[in-house]
Design a binder for this molecule. Sequence first.
Ligand code: KG4
Ligand code: ZN
Length: 393
Amino acid sequence: MDFMIILSIETSCDETAVSIVEANGGLTEPYFDVLGNSLFSQIDIHKEYGGVYPMIAKREHAKNLPPLLLKTMTEASMYKEVNISYMDEMWNEIEQNLSKEKGLCEDLRKIFGKVLKPDVEVISVTSGPGLEPALWVGISFALAIGKLWNIPVIGVNHMEGHIASVLLGKTEESSKSIQFPALALLISGGHTELVEIKNWGEYKILGQTRDDAVGEAFDKVARMLGLPYPGGPQISKLAEIARGQNLPHKAKLPRPMIHSDNLDFSFSGLKTSVLYYIRELPQLSESDKMDIAREFEDAVVEVLTEKTKQALNDMNAKNLIIAGGVIANKKIKESFLSLEKEYSELTVKTPAQSFATDNALMISCATYVNVILYPDLLRKQNKIIANGNLRLN
Ligand code: KG4
Ligand code: ZN
């Protein structure tokens, strides 16, 4: 069964996202038509604290999931009221399952008590990695609506979602599918990892960060420079100005582990070097900030590119996939796209800008791949557990 309508939920960090897509084409020519897509970013709420607080994220997800689902279903023309209300026993059971999310159950009942089952084959939800309290809200919610409408629910790995995000978007590219073997570099707020992909579902982590993730380093350095959360976009803005104005290169930062004989990364030392550099300055001027931002970005680009080349040299990758929120960074993206000139057989794939950071569509893409690979997922009751450290195996 190649044609499938998928409803997905993503709550692993600070974005609450729900989407409904129509998937088709199988694994050779996967194609996704977006029927509905909603996202609420909690950035403004977490900004005050300079980072994401899991319990606040959880509360916000619980508050926003029912209205976002309603919005997504309406957009997909799937919101239809009917004159039946689901049996009380059903709600009792859902209430029990949602005992830790009391308010969520009430909202769900208020909004979806008399809604026709949408025409959806599968509901999917991110089960990890991420913040566990945040993941649990999404999972409980997905299971509740799965129960209500008798639709199978499956758990999806967020990192597989980032990989699959390159399948999204309409372009005239000859093929949106991935050619294997492929190498993926996943760069986000929580992860930095190089993954060998022999085929869909066959992953091997070749290297990863030993401390901070690259996005986390962007966020922490931004905080040192007095810039708001999330820091990635702020740093790249300042770095761009520094390059545009050709500011003198004063700050010199290390390129951690760039020549190590493994594929691991380390960004915590880089962050500390920024701290020491700032301490030595008589004062942190605006041009100092721009200079530091540029040097930091250059250091990150060089390390990421060099390590990826090391991995490419050891395998015959047809595709290089760079995904995760940090690929929204223009400088990093450019550096990787230019690798196509160095490796003539290689095609570099990155998600369209709007799908780089967390969203539910990427979860739908990964769901499609999983259901095609393991059709049994639709036939059994799946136990879904939040796993903050879920790995690609
Ligand atoms: O994938 P994502 O949305 O969430 C996680 O799964 O972590 O990634 C968020 C990360 C944040 O650390 C943010 O600062 C970073 O992506 N980011 C960027 C840029 N836009 C977002 N980092 C560098 N440059 C950017 N333009
Ligand atoms: Zn992510």
